[in-house]
Each structure stands twice: as C-alpha cells, then as structure tokens.
Design a protein. Structure first.
Length: 182
C-alpha cells in the first residue's frame, strides 16, 4: 500500500508564518524565563500571550527545558518518545504512517549549509543574538546561508513584535486552567 503524500503548503502572504510566530514566542518565553526569579508575573503574561497566538505552551515548556539541559537530554527525550510508540504498538494499537513520520519526510543528515540556515533563522528570531555572532566565516557558503536566514528571522521577529497584542477571547469556563496557569 503506498504511503499517503504529505503536501507542504507555503504561505505566500505578507503575514508571518505560524512557525515564525511560534519561534518568536518561544524566544519571548525563554527571555522571560531567564528573568523568572524576579519577574514571575511577566513570565505568566508572556505564556498567556503566546497561548493566544496558538502556541502549545505545554510543548513549549518541554522544548525550552530540553534545550536548556542540552543535547544529551534532547536525545534521551526522543529515545523515550520512540519507545512510547513501540509500547503503544505492543499494547495492540498500530500507529498510523503520519504518526511515524512526525518529524518530516527527510531522511539522513541535513546538508551543512541548510543546517547553518536553520541555525541562522533561529538566531534571527531570538532576542539575545546579533548578526555579528555568525559562527561561520562570513564569506563561506555556510556563513552566507546563516546570515541570509538570520536576516529573514530578524525581519519576521520585528514584524511579529510590531503586531498588536492579542486580546483574550471571552470564555464561558474562564481562561485559566485549574492550577492557575494561563
């Protein structure tokens, strides 16, 4: 049976993509977490705004924790994630092809210039990295890929930061969870 094709739709509008909005919100949360000891209320506010812009805050908290702990923790988390899939199958539930392909269609290592571009895009969307922090030689292919994507990410971040603040939608049940988190 052939695998179902997964179409990748590219947004051609002038609006930032959801992934750009999510990335900027993740960096906003990270910046607020860094000041968490003195500004607990600010962190809750940043999470609330990010949630209003459709960021899955539970997944964001996990991702931020993993990145802070480092590569070994990320590796351990995804090894556990893979085991969960194995155990679900052992319990009689077969995963769908889409569930197996959660991390995209690419197989094998990412080319170095593409990886540099991914790093540059993330750096551009962040709040604590400047263009001069390019870890690659500026004249190299990797350096140019990083710089180009950094500028795209910075433009997206600036656009998102200039957007009006999202407003909470009235909810009949209230907008906070039972444990008080927004």
């Amino acid at each position: 049976m052939p695998k179902p094709a997964i179409a990748i739709v590219q947004d051609t509008s002038n609006e930032p993509s959801q992934s750009a909005i999510d990335a900027v919100n993740l960096f906003r949360i990270k910046a607020a977490q860094d000041k968490h000891n003195t500004m607990t209320g600010e962190l809750r506010g940043v999470f609330a705004k990010a949630q209003l812009q459709n960021l899955n805050t539970d997944a964001a908290k996990t991702a931020l924790t993993l990145v802070k702990k480092g590569d070994a923790s990320i590796e351990e988390y995804f090894a556990e994630f893979r085991k969960v899939g194995d155990y679900v199958r052992l319990l009689g539930k077969e995963l769908t092809p889409a569930q197996y392909e959660l991390f995209g269609l690419k197989h094998g290592p990412t080319p170095e210039d593409e990886r540099a571009g991914i790093e540059g895009l993330a750096a551009g969307r962040s709040f604590d990295i400047e263009e001069a922090a390019n870890p690659y030689e500026t004249g190299s292919i990797k350096g140019q890929a990083w710089l180009s994507k950094f500028r795209v990410g910075r433009s997206e971040r600036d656009t998102i930061m200039s957007m009006p603040e999202p407003e909470a939608k009235p909810d009949s049940e209230g907008s906070e969870s039972e444990d008080g988190d927004a």
